[in-house]
Design a protein around this ligand. Sequence first.
Ligand SMILES: Cc1cc2nc3c(=O)[nH]c(=O)nc-3n(C[C@H](O)[C@H](O)[C@H](O)COP(=O)(O)OP(=O)(O)OC[C@H]3O[C@@H](n4cnc5c(N)ncnc54)[C@H](O)[C@@H]3O)c2cc1C
Length: 554
Amino acid sequence: MLQALSRPHDHETLPTAIIRAMVAELPTAFCAALKDSLGERFDRSAVGREAYARDLSTLGHLGLADALDGASPPPFAQPPQGIARVTSVEEVQAVTRLCREHSVPLIPFGAGSGVCGGILAIRGGITLDLKGLADLEIDHRSLLITVGPGYNLQLLEDRLQREGLTLGHYPSSITCSTIGGAVAARGAGQLSTRYGKVEDMVVTLDVVLSCGTRVSTGPKVPRAATGPDWAQLFTGSEGVLGTITSCTLRVHRLPALRLFRSYSFPTLELALESARLALQRGVRPAALRLYDPLDTLLVARSKDAPPLAPTEKPVSGAWPLSLLSLRGLKEALGRALPDLKEHAERALLSKPEWINSLTATLPGVGCLMILTFEGEPSLARAEEALFDEVAKTQSGVAQGPESAERWWRNRISVSFKQSGVYAMGGFVDTMEVATSWSRLMELHDSVRAALSPHALVMAHFSHAYAEGCSIYFTFAALRDDPAATRERYEACWREGLAAAVAAGACVSHHHGIGLLKGEALRAAQGDLHSLVFQPIKSALDPSNLLNPGKLGLP
Ligand SMILES: Cc1cc2nc3c(=O)[nH]c(=O)nc-3n(C[C@H](O)[C@H](O)[C@H](O)COP(=O)(O)OP(=O)(O)OC[C@H]3O[C@@H](n4cnc5c(N)ncnc54)[C@H](O)[C@@H]3O)c2cc1C
């Protein structure tokens, strides 16, 4: 099948250039068999293949932006040789067996909203579109659902809510991703502090292995002592160990009450301390988001944002600018000199190091934390009261519900505002890492320092747990010529992830690995990757046909 491998530019390493395979034509007998069983649902058209060539990763966007600018650097995209749109588990099994028989790679596909190049067909082969597998069974009494992998997450949540239930999985990509993709990439929703990450929801999975056999990872029981938890082996396996064809998941009763709260804190350290103390005393907000000073400024800058009250204990030497006056000043300037806005934004992106060091010392700004509490009214109110008590011990000042309500209304739109940065001639990406409370500030400071020479850096803390928290860095810079832009982009990931690992963090909290972070994962895991993960992959997929090259695998 695989005739030759070529790197477009020998000096480049992943992730900026992907290895582009010169693949043989699909075997005639293979195509005939697929056409026979799937008919029109086996698609080899050029348009169809191009539509499945890239996911929503920044490198994919950069490749498109370069192409529109007339440049032709190596794209972070690779079309499959065909798409199989299956509608039953039996079809998944039949396609998998055919792929094995003819040595054709097989790439499971949910909705393609991944941001790490997880669905790129880097060795050619067939993309297995699973959206047609969207059955749903609900066990109201046990609060369990069994759902096909292709169910769109927003439609699933809507359906469950009509039944008085919620999965509690609200990623920003909820409208454009599937439950199978979430399980395969070990995703997290915005209410993960209460409902957990997707791995906390998984009870059991059905998986079609590379030989075409379907296995179930266990019965639908709450807990078991029957050896390793096999469902967790496949949760986060990004299609390299098998295709998930059914997921049994924990669900919850729809909360009777949702409370919105926000606080301002004079410093990041005090805000984090109040989150840690409250969580360790058993408070479980559904959402807890803490913005660093620059992110706080930008959140507060939005047109309909309520002004923040000053914190009770301003840090000595604080700037005289309150959030309100700074925002007012910017708005007034924007109204008086609208053309200046774009220039100012470009200028911000063109001097990242300078702006980063300036914003690292924004003592007068403080930090905004927004929270939601939900569930049984008496419990939610008790949790809210306990949080308030803890926050006050750390100089937190309650700001009312507006900031949190506004975030809830706009919670999915912010991720989709990236196109403005591209239109302005820039790029933007996010790095989500997590560590223990003991090393959280070290993680924040060291990743910020690593990214600062290359891009404007913002950060917020979300997905908080009793043991630690995730930090979501957003970094943006201007696009230069394509080669220089990719060098800058690659430096962000290389140096940012190295700093994260040195601070005891994982290389991804919820976006997964795909192609983008494969090398970083392999380096971070060392012997675990070579002595445990790689042999498991070889045993389950001896011909390396299932989504080859992802998760740092050869
Ligand atoms: C704007 C935006 C916001 C985002 N916000 C979040 C967020 O808040 N939280 C979060 O966790 N992620 C987020 N993401 C990332 C992405 O949406 C998630 O990783 C999502 O779970 C991917 O689902 P999908 O159905 O699109 O999967 P795909 O992109 O199609 O696939 C992802 C990976 O899983 C594999 N795969 C898919 N289905 C199966 C299956 N049935 N069996 C085996 N392997 C399979 C694929 O081969 C691929 O490796 C965001 C992405 C964007 C673009």
